[in-house]
Ligand binder design. Structure first.
Ligand SMILES: [Cu+2]
Length: 159
């Protein structure tokens, strides 16, 4: 019975250890023209495996852009485009990321966000922090799950 309890604990605890935090851009005010996103971002710690969540109204959107396009509010070369009012963007690699609203003049009036993603804060494998693979987080989760099942089998046989 004790081993079954340990198995269940590890099984349910592992996703909590592996899954990152959701950062709601702008807090309850969301992604809008009245936000101050440099102040908001400076109060956050972004780690690999976390998610950036944008909530916004219909006239807005989210473009992932280069540093130059962020600084110049150029929305013509978006690396990625998100629409629909709510987006959860996984932070799958460390480094700087830049976001702007593609609607005319919204970036100039403050709808721009720059973040720095730190290496993973969870006890994941070191390769996950260096990897540039977009699916690094899920791969890490996969190997953790395999490890948990491995341990569980050992417990079952020892018990
Ligand atoms: Cu906008």
């Amino acid at each position: 019975m004790a081993f079954a309890a340990i198995f269940l604990f590890v099984l349910f605890a592992s996703p909590i250890m592996c899954f990152g935090k959701d950062h709601i851009v702008g807090g309850s005010d969301g992604w809008s023209q009245s936000g101050d996103y440099s102040t908001w971002a400076s109060a956050q710690t972004f780690s690999v495996g976390d998610n950036l969540v944008f909530n916004y109204g219909g006239s807005h959107g989210v473009n992932v852009v280069s540093k130059d396009d962020y600084e110049n509010c150029n929305t013509g070369n978006a690396l990625l485009t998100y629409t629909g009012g709510q987006n959860s963007i996984p932070l799958s690699s460390s480094g700087d990321m830049y976001f702007v609203c593609p609607t005319l003049n919204h970036c100039d009036t403050g709808m721009k966000l720059a973040i720095k993603v730190e290496g993973s804060s969870s006890p994941a494998t070191p390769s996950a922090t260096k990897s540039m693979q977009p699916n690094a987080a899920s791969t890490t989760f996969g190997s953790m799950t395999t490890m948990v099942f491995g341990f569980a089998l050992v417990f079952v046989f020892m018990g």
